[in-house]
Design a protein around this ligand. Structure first.
Ligand SMILES: [Zn+2]
Length: 206
């Protein structure tokens, strides 16, 4: 008779990598439970202060943190000021062409259509939160030159859906809301453990 042998959980090597990354990220980005301001609204930035030396330094730091995060993990689309100890309404979003800085965003319109998509957050590493959000938003904001801008790109490509989602994720941070707060059941939370997970991820209409 054969003896019983334990069946080990899967993806051990991948998970080791995930936790090493998470440790590295947590040296740059504040994590839930250690910084109460993550759950509080950030302050509006006076328009006159946007082009100040201090704000320039803060924006440069945010960009540096986002790029560092991408270097560590290979992904990462956006970072809000509050995540690196700047409780002001500012975020930087990554696109392959450029980094977009949004300051004092104000949502003007939201899509009626709502989509479910698994999201990660640098402050909740390495948890994946399947999050429901409007398919797109329109919003006005100030760029880092103090110019008013309007975002209203909403074609049906995955790229645009992700960008619209990242903007909403970051604007939520400015209001003290984290993606896990929007998940209906804690049981829906996922640990990043399967290397193929994001290859299969798709937007689902709800
Ligand atoms: Zn986040």
């Amino acid at each position: 008779m054969k003896n019983w042998i334990p069946i080990k959980p899967p993806f051990a090597r991948f998970k080791k990598k995930v936790f090493i990354r998470a440790a590295q990220v947590s040296g740059i980005v504040y994590q839930i439970g250690e910084y109460p301001a993550l759950r509080q609204p950030s302050k509006k930035i006076p328009i006159a202060a946007i082009k100040s030396v201090t704000m320039n330094t803060k924006i440069a730091y945010l960009k540096k943190c986002l790029l560092q995060y991408r270097k560590i993990t290979g992904y990462g689309r956006g970072i809000a000021g509050i995540q690196v100890g700047i409780p002001e309404r500012i975020a930087v979003i990554y696109t392959p062409r450029k980094l977009i800085t949004i300051i004092n965003p104000r949502i003007a319109k939201k899509s009626e259509k709502r989509l479910l998509y698994p999201e990660m957050c640098m402050s909740v590493n390495p948890i994946i939160a399947p999050t429901v959000r409007p398919s797109w938003i329109e919003f006005e904001y100030y760029d880092e030159n103090g110019q008013k801008q309007y975002w209203n790109t909403k074609d049906d490509t995955k790229k645009q859906k992700i960008l619209n989602r990242v903007f909403q994720h970051e604007i939520d941070h400015m209001d003290g809301i984290i993606n896990i707060d929007k998940v209906k059941f804690p049981r829906d939370l996922i640990l990043e453990s399967n290397p193929a997970f994001y290859k299969k991820a798709k937007f689902e209409e709800v």
